[in-house]
Write a protein that binds this ligand. Structure first.
Ligand code: GLP
Length: 256
């Protein structure tokens, strides 16, 4: 596992964008796994900047979302498909058909989970971006998720709903259910890039990277993956004990 610590969230986002850029430039038909959340917003913004100012092309990229809320209207701005469209896809040379995700409007939701599981498997994700929840979740695999779980409907924890309510605005509550890729599909990606910024992530990051691999901290499963890069800012890294192991610090942090 490589751990890169940037001196700020912006520096961390640049490191992640470097990794994504290198991947999409070099892979013949890049299959990119996308995460959502505030941490990813800075990464998307940096990728859009590179597209506009440096000509980075996404024309060959196929993107696959990790998860999607259930029980929202199709055009709800908080639906992850719409968030990704607004913040990334619509701003680069990538058509809406190049972005895949679970269809939260499906009548038969279990059939939809099986369909998406197969689609992701066939896509063979080359680089999977991951955020981490303050409770150690990845995608919407909440604590207790089996490490071999498949794409499925999950109930969101109170903590996750409370953490994500900020995206929904006044008068709304966060959805109770979501479809998420399971732990197995995430682990099947060739490379994982987990990103976390802010002090509120420090505990989850320390447990995921330095604690035991356990279903209680789903992100700890990344320890089992052969090709993982973790990109943090100083605050998110502040709970790590083994700071000297593979950690590079500074605003000009780079990762291979
Ligand atoms: C949601 C997403 C996760 C993401 C997490 C972190 O719960 N389903 O994939 O890792 O948010 O979000 P943020 O970056 O906003 O802290």
């Amino acid at each position: 596992m490589r751990i890169v610590v940037g001196e700020s969230a912006a520096a961390a986002a640049r490191v992640v964008a470097d990794l994504v850029e290198r991947f999409i430039v070099s892979a013949p038909r890049p299959a990119l796994g996308l995460a959502t959340g505030e941490t990813m917003e800075a990464v998307f913004a940096e990728l859009v900047r590179r597209h506009r100012e440096e000509g980075l092309s996404f024309a060959r990229v196929r993107a696959y979302l990790l998860d999607e809320y259930l029980d929202l209207d199709r055009d709800d701005p908080c639906a992850y498909r719409n968030v990704v469209h607004r913040l990334l896809t619509a701003q680069v040379d990538m058509g809406p058909r190049a972005v895949h995700g679970p269809n939260a409007q499906a009548v038969d939701v279990s059939a939809e989970c099986a369909r998406y599981e197969q689609q992701v498997q066939q896509a063979s994700i080359g680089l999977q971006l991951l955020g981490i929840g303050a409770n150690g979740h990845i995608a919407f695999n909440e604590p207790g998720s089996p490490l071999d779980s498949a794409t499925r409907v999950v109930e969101l924890s109170e903590q996750t709903r409370a953490d994500n309510i900020r995206f929904f605005g006044a008068g709304r509550s966060a959805p109770v259910r979501a479809i998420t890729q399971g732990m197995a599909a995430i682990g099947a990606a060739d490379r994982l890039v987990l990103v976390a910024c802010g002090e509120h992530k420090a505990d989850a990051v320390a447990r995921a990277l330095e604690g035991p691999v356990t279903e209680e901290v789903p992100a700890s499963a990344i320890q089992l993956h052969p090709n993982v890069t973790v990109v943090l800012d100083e605050q998110a890294a502040s709970g790590l004990v083994r700071r000297d192991r593979g950690v590079r610090s500074g605003g000009s942090a780079t990762a291979r």
